[in-house]
Ligand binder design. Structure first.
Ligand SMILES: Cc1cc2nc3c(=O)[nH]c(=O)nc-3n(C[C@H](O)[C@H](O)[C@H](O)COP(=O)(O)OP(=O)(O)OC[C@H]3O[C@@H](n4cnc5c(N)ncnc54)[C@H](O)[C@@H]3O)c2cc1C
Length: 220
């Protein structure tokens, strides 16, 4: 899995802070830019603590994500408050086997061998179909959930907080959880106020929205 932050709003925290200040100010929004940074930062912290997260919709982030499974992207694109562009299996011929091995299978020598042999058979059949002039869009029907794919996703910061709450949680599947944690790590460098407490609800809200008392992170 590769995850790279390839773009984000300029002034990712200043603009939401200006938006917050604007709501209680006689000043014109363009003049709020001159407010001292520490004042804007404290407004942003205050408003976020109150739970008024609409202001952080004014800032967004774009990630390039590669070599993840189609299982992962199927889960990722369920997050509707986002924009996506994904490598097409209709137009791209995926001749070479490229797939994700789940860690629990990877850790078991016998299962790993069986898994790899299955993938070899799948790709052999895929390539046979392509050689028989079956279009890639139809040949791909034999490809597995494990097949690697590449995707670009853009989300605003509010949607990202929701994404991290759901997908950094131990209840989420390991692959998307790894992705979410890598994305969060990048964002904490670029927008530390917004993403300081981001993560599963046990971290961000001090409650377990799954109410899973067996979870090692269940709040005491
Ligand atoms: C651990 C886990 C297990 C899951 N298992 C399943 C499963 O078995 N089957 C399955 O189908 N899905 C499953 N999902 C997917 C889940 O149901 C959501 O579709 C997905 O997490 C996206 O969340 P979201 O709707 O909050 O995000 P977004 O689509 O980004 O929406 C963000 C927020 O915007 C609001 N919103 C968005 N669209 C609407 C709307 N149309 N109407 C009203 N409000 C809206 C909601 O407040 C929503 O929380 C699972 C998710 C997780 C984390």
């Amino acid at each position: 899995m590769n995850v790279k932050l390839i773009g984000y709003s300029s002034n990712p925290e200043k603009i939401p802070a200006m938006a917050a200040k604007l709501t209680h100010s006689i000043a014109k929004p363009e003049d709020l830019e001159n407010n001292p940074d520490d004042e804007l930062n404290s407004i942003l912290k205050h408003v976020l603590n109150l739970g008024h997260t609409s202001i952080i919709e004014h800032t967004s982030f774009t990630f390039a994500i590669s070599d993840v499974s189609r299982s992962l992207t199927h889960q990722l694109v369920r997050h509707r408050i986002a924009s996506y562009a994904q490598q097409s299996q209709r137009y791209v011929n995926l001749k070479k086997p490229n797939y994700v091995i789940p860690p629990k299978i990877n850790a078991n020598k016998i299962m790993k061998k069986a898994y790899q042999e299955t993938m070899d058979i799948i790709w052999k059949q895929y390539n046979t179909l392509i050689e028989m002039n079956i279009p890639a869009e139809d040949s791909r029907y034999v490809l597995p959930n494990a097949a690697c794919t590449n995707i670009i996703v853009t989300m605003n910061a509010r949607s990202l907080l929701n994404f991290f709450e759901l997908r950094c949680c131990l209840h989420a599947q390991w692959e998307i959880r790894i992705l979410a944690n890598l994305m969060l790590k990048e964002l904490q460098k670029k927008a530390p106020i917004i993403f300081k407490d981001a993560g599963p609800s046990c971290k961000s809200k001090g409650i377990c929205t799954e109410n899973n008392k067996e979870c090692p992170l269940y709040p005491k």
